[in-house]
Design a protein around this ligand. Structure first.
Ligand code: ZNH
Length: 145
């Protein structure tokens, strides 16, 4: 459960995030830093270099999809597990995405946010944000067996 200050830290940070900017950067960073994650995106075309990944329109589009899905978690802070139940099942049974990748994505997202907001992203806000993402990662992993 969340304290009032945790809730406002998450919501206030989230309100400042431009999904269309941060989503693509976070997904691109996962694909660059952890290149084995490219295996899930065989239909995405050229992922042969960092520049190709950053300029790939399918990566951009999918980064927006993933970050838009995070909006559901922010809006359902008390019910994140249930909110992602179907999505977790989809990633497990249909997409066969290794759940370790959710943590890699969460870490890259935090780094992109730190890079974007600088000193404004204080250690206290980071701690709360990472707690939030840990709950998201657990929820995304909850239907794996
Ligand atoms: Zn994922 C898909 C979310 C992570 C891989 N995804 C997806 C979608 C969503 C998501 C919403 C869409 C669905 C439908 O259509 O129905 N994700 C998500 C989230 C997260 C994620 C929230 C975190 C947090 N993913 C991820 C990762 C990976 C992935 C990390 C790898 C690496 N996904 C994926 C794929 C897909 C998806 C492959 C499919 C795509 C296409 O087909 O287009």
């Amino acid at each position: 459960s969340w304290s009032q200050s945790e809730r406002s830290a998450i919501v206030e940070l989230w309100d400042k995030i431009n999904i269309d900017e941060i989503g693509p950067q976070a997904l691109a960073r996962v694909l660059i830093v952890y290149p084995w994650t490219q295996r899930y995106f065989g239909q995405f075309g050229n992922l042969n270099s960092a520049a190709a990944i950053l300029g790939n329109p399918k990566v951009t589009a999918h980064g927006k999809v993933v970050l838009n899905a995070l909006d559901n978690a922010v809006k359902n802070l008390d019910n994140i597990k249930e909110t992602y139940s179907k999505l977790s099942q989809l990633h497990c049974e249909i997409l066969s995405v290794d759940p370790d990748n959710f943590r890699l994505f969460a870490d890259c997202l935090t780094i992109v946010i730190a890079n974007k907001f600088g000193a404004e992203f204080t250690p206290e806000i980071q701690a709360t944000w990472q707690k939030f993402l840990a709950v998201v990662v657990a929820a995304m992993s909850s239907r794996y067996f």
